[in-house]
Design a protein around this ligand. Sequence first.
Ligand code: SF4
Length: 140
Amino acid sequence: MGGWGSGLKDSVFGYLYNDRDLDVSNGLCVGHNDPDLWFAGEVDRDGEVWSNARPEKSRLKLEIDKAVSALSVCSNCPAKVNCLELGMRGPQRYFGIYGGTMPGERLVMLGKSMRKATLANKLAFARKVRNAMRERGISG
Ligand code: SF4
């Protein structure tokens, strides 16, 4: 199969949707010691989905910091193009950072809909992350 970055490999969706024509084995997240970063704003470290919840400020900041870290890695990744295409397919559209994009951003690009409140949360989270990156002078 095409490779999976560690952030992707550990996703339940990675097991459901292996896309053999898109090689991301040279992705910079491969072997990363914290694959959870690529699921910032989605699932906590115990696997609990919280993207529909209204997080406390401290939790939100932690999740934003995680996403910023993941996107910083993605920004220089040689597998970014394949990874983005992967993130536009199947269930990956809805969860996780792929190709330097967050799910709310991909759903907008694809014109996809999902439960209104969930999409709004994903978009709001993506905006907060992008704002944090701008404030910190981080490109991605
Ligand atoms: S673009 Fe990001 S998520 Fe995709 S392989 Fe590269 S580092 Fe991993």
